[in-house]
Design a protein around this ligand. Sequence first.
Ligand SMILES: [Zn+2]
Length: 68
Amino acid sequence: MANPKWKTPRSKTRSRRAANWKLATVTAVECSQCHQARRPHFVCQNCGFYDGRQVVQPKDEHAGHNHQ
Ligand SMILES: [Zn+2]
């Protein structure tokens, strides 16, 4: 009864929805602080800012030495 009239052509096989769900592109917005690409609703990986304030310490090359 509810069968497709034709089998999926080879040209459409690679673009089926289930075959591509892992390859979804990551959405990125520009950070308002450092203007690097960051994901929306995520803390910026570059400067650690979110919602106009610093919520995590940004990654420092000299982390561990604690020279302040
Ligand atoms: Zn940033």
